[in-house]
Design a protein. Structure first.
Length: 389
């Protein structure tokens, strides 16, 4: 796996100093709803500022990617305008592609430079728009057109042409403690609490599988809360197989704290019971399990993904019994203090029928097998399942 990072650099001018730079950054983030805090314990976002003593001052963040259209519009553009300076972003994508963006609002310049390629990135280099800030335009073009095993290696040639110090183009949170140990100041910001905190808990699945369960193979499904925090969850398995126990489940456990290793688990003992509608289910209840509130609205996408990962929890189980009943399996997550906020997974429900699900599954995966000669992809035989609804 390659390297991903993104940072921002502002060219120094006589029109601003370090205090004005920091206050301008703070003002821009305030406009996006962030409030400056004094410690990381209070923060949703940290912003590190690095001054190596050269021509540029650099910024990286644990929650912002400076390559997106949103951050260019909301951060780079106003930063260039307020400081009357060039703003440069450097972004690396899986070590396959390196992209540089230049914004200068005073000169009305937007420029791009790229080496390598990455899926869905359709950016084209505009080398002529860099000639006034690089020392050798011909060499600039030459460095960009070379082939690199790791795209970020192009920075070795690009940095001196831009006046960046050696390694400054790679400034990122992962390297601060080992490479950028001096000249770094970190600012902390917080977003106000979202309205979801006062809402009842509501669970939803995260990237639910569209594959059917398999006998003897463990499965795991995860959910996240999008409402307010609560305590207590129930796990239920429903389907026509329960009454006569044509399918049973072993090694059932709740998993949580996914950001830690090893993740935490709680064994579950399923009880066979009837619901108020006379439906048989397997059921387990954890009345004291804490469910964290939904992630704040407005977080940068990277921080949002990290926070959602921390909050997810799920159930792991292994089905045993009649394979013809596998498509009947439905898994329910129920917040005890708001049962209406529950969610349920069943492989075929969104297709309307089991037969329609099998047909679509085979069409989609069959095309992939044919196009990519994929091995190990299992197409489904309708005769292998009980298709009664």
């Amino acid at each position: 796996m390659g390297w991903f990072f993104s940072n921002l650099h502002v060219r120094k001018t006589a029109e601003y100093d370090a205090d004005f730079f920091r206050s301008t950054l703070t003002e821009i983030l305030n406009a996006k709803g962030y409030v400056k805090k004094n410690s990381p314990d209070e923060a949703d976002l940290s912003l590190s500022i690095y001054d190596a003593g050269g021509k540029w001052v650099s910024v990286c963040s644990d929650g912002l990617d400076f390559c997106t259209e949103e951050t260019i519009r909301d951060i780079c553009n106003p930063l260039s305008e307020k400081l009357s300076a060039d703003v440069l972003t450097v972004s690396c994508f899986d070590s396959d592609c390196l992209i540089l963006n230049r914004v200068n609002k005073k000169l009305d310049i937007v420029a791009w430079a790229k080496t390598g390629s990455y899926p869905e990135l359709k950016i084209r280099s505009t080398p002529a728009r860099w000639k006034d800030i690089v020392t050798d335009n011909a060499q600039w073009k030459s460095v960009l057109t070379q082939k690199y095993v790791f795209a970020e290696d192009a920075l070795d040639g690009l940095e001196p042409l831009l006046g960046l110090t050696s390694g400054q183009g790679r400034f990122c949170d992962e390297l601060i403690t080992e490479q950028f140990t001096e000249g770094v100041q970190t600012l902390y910001f917080n977003l106000p609490e979202s309205a979801s905190k006062s809402e009842p808990p509501k669970l939803s699945f995260t990237s639910p599988s569209l594959m059917p369960c398999e006998i003897g193979k463990d499965q795991c499904y995860f959910v996240i809360n999008t409402g307010g925090k609560t305590k207590g969850v129930a796990i239920a398995f429903s389907g026509s197989y329960v009454e006569q126990e044509k399918i049973r489940f072993r090694d059932v456990q709740l998993e949580y704290d996914l950001d830690r290793y090893p993740r935490k688990t709680i064994p579950l003992q399923l009880e066979k019971r009837k619901t108020q509608t006379e439906q048989w289910i397997y059921y387990a209840e954890l009345p004291d399990f804490p469910i964290r509130e939904g992630v704040k609205e407005g977080l940068p996408w990277k921080r949002k993904i990290d926070e959602e990962w921390k909050r997810q929890f799920g159930v792991r189980f292994t089905p045993e019994g009649d394979p013809r009943k596998l498509l009947d399996i439905t898994v329910h997550f129920i917040p005890l203090k708001n049962p209406e906020g529950q969610c349920g997974w069943c492989a075929w429900r969104c297709y309307g029928s089991k037969r329609a699900y099998i047909e679509e599954h085979n069409r989609r995966w069959g095309e992939i097998v044919e196009e990519h000669h994929a091995q190990g992809i299992k197409l489904l035989n309708p005769d292998d399942y009980d298709l009664d609804e």
